[in-house]
Design a protein around this ligand. Structure first.
Ligand SMILES: [Zn+2]
Length: 430
């Protein structure tokens, strides 16, 4: 698809981002078939639930794409004319250790800076924050995260970003959540931090994220050489649950290549081992992707509701209501198969089915195809704020529905059974 020298940065001169607007099932089908044409990079997948498809084209193939769309009478807009021009304006800030200035929310950061920042937080919040390692990448990097805990025995919330290297907004979102949990003065945020053990990984695909910064901004997969000289597997198609059943590719050149087998990749394999090790504690599982403004619940290969499906949807919708308050940003809540498209071998399906976590959500953050993966820096803070609002509301609603370690109802039952037990004991002793 894209070839480049070993150290020079790939340039996207005159590459364009198209927002294609299919109007019926037939046009969606035509675009689905077009996905196998690897000259075009589908940033999003054709779906009946979404009214657009984002596609990046090189300058050499723009004309052919436009002719193809005209031929099938499919409408489109060009959202970015020259992607390189956009990349030249993108700012990556440097974080300086132990400065009075914390991480800022108007630019993106490299992996090394995020790791330094995590170290500083752990030094500052001794006894509350600690470094955790969720696994190891193909190139030997740690999947590094932070645990925030105000005491033992609490139920856990798992948060993860950047399973796909290109999705930089998810990295900063997860960093912002960490920052809020440790520094916020807001009452609800503080109690969310205190009441649960938080296991948080800003970058689940460190090799892909580093490669996206250093060599190819649009890199999605991990960096393990596969077959035919190709590199990388889609780490969200490689989990051992309905692997390669649907919505994944057997072509190693494809961006949604599922790998040679379930958990063939060190990142998904080691991370799954880590998740399993804390699995019985996890009450709420949140993974952040971009883009599309969606909140999705499992499963990716079926629209059939599972036991607490309706709870998950209702809790999610209310949280997305809270998300919209600050800036009016609208998210659609649904299951993966209906909200986006059929896909299997994904992380959240595995977490739901194999680990049995009660509430599992996958966010697709801003936007809806205007800038896609290249979300402008002035949207970082608003995005992060509204997402944090929604996370606090998710916890609040989950409690109301009886999750997160007990509702008023279950506490009442617990208390009354304790009372019964005491009375019985009393009877025995008397
Ligand atoms: Zn993703």
């Amino acid at each position: 698809l894209i070839s480049f020298g070993s150290s020079e940065k790939f340039r996207f001169d005159n590459y364009a981002l198209y927002k294609i607007l299919p109007e019926n099932g037939e046009q969606i089908k035509i675009l689905e078939d077009k996905m196998s044409d690897l000259r075009y990079d589908f940033w999003s997948v054709p779906s009946a639930a979404l009214d657009y498809v984002s596609v990046m084209s090189s300058p050499q193939h723009k004309n052919e794409l436009e002719e193809f769309l005209h031929h099938h009478q499919i409408k489109y807009n060009i959202k970015i004319n020259n992607i390189q021009e956009h990349l030249d304006k993108e700012t990556v800030r440097t974080y300086r250790s132990n400065s009075s200035v914390s991480m800022e929310w108007d630019s993106y950061y490299k992996l090394a800076d995020i790791n330094t920042w995590l170290d500083d937080l752990v030094a500052t919040y001794k006894g509350i924050a600690s470094i955790i390692v969720g696994g190891r990448s193909y190139e030997g990097r740690q999947i590094r995260g932070i645990k925030i805990s105000h005491g033992s025995g609490r139920r856990a919330i798992y948060v993860e970003g950047t399973l796909h290297g290109v999705e930089w907004i998810t990295t900063t979102t997860v960093c912002y959540i960490i920052n809020e949990l440790l520094t916020s003065d807001d009452t609800d945020t503080k109690s969310a931090a205190r009441d649960f053990d938080w296991y948080i990984f800003p970058v689940a695909n460190p090799d892909g994220y580093v490669f996206s910064h250093e060599q190819n901004r649009m890199w999605r997969k991990n960096r393990r050489p596969t077959t035919g000289g190709h590199i990388g597997v889609d780490l969200n198609r490689n989990w051992n649950n309905n692997w390669l059943v649907i919505g994944a590719s057997t072509d190693p050149a494809n961006n949604r290549y599922a790998g040679l087998g379930p958990f063939s990749e060190p990142e998904s394999r080691s991370l799954s081992t880590y998740i399993k090790s804390i699995g019985d504690k996890i009450e709420l599982f949140l993974t952040f992707h971009s883009f599309g403004q969606l909140l999705m619940v499992p499963f990716g290969n079926s629209t059939a509701p599972y036991a607490n499906y309706h709870d998950a949807i209702n809790i999610g919708r209310r949280a997305m209501g809270a998300l919209s308050v600050r800036y009016g940003t609208q998210y659609f809540t649904g299951n993966i198969a209906e909200a986006i498209y059929l896909a299997s071998g994904g992380e959240t399906d595995w977490v739901k089915e194999r680990i049995g976590v009660p509430l599992v959500y996958c966010y697709e953050l801003r936007d809806k195809g205007d800038k896609g993966f290249l979300l402008p820096e002035d949207q970082i803070l608003p995005n992060n704020q509204e997402v944090m609002d929604s996370v606090v509301e998710l916890i609040h609603q989950a409690k109301r529905f009886g999750y997160m370690g007990g509702s008023a109802v279950s506490t009442a039952i617990y208390t009354s059974s304790l009372l019964m037990f005491s009375l019985l004991s009393l009877c025995i002793f008397l």
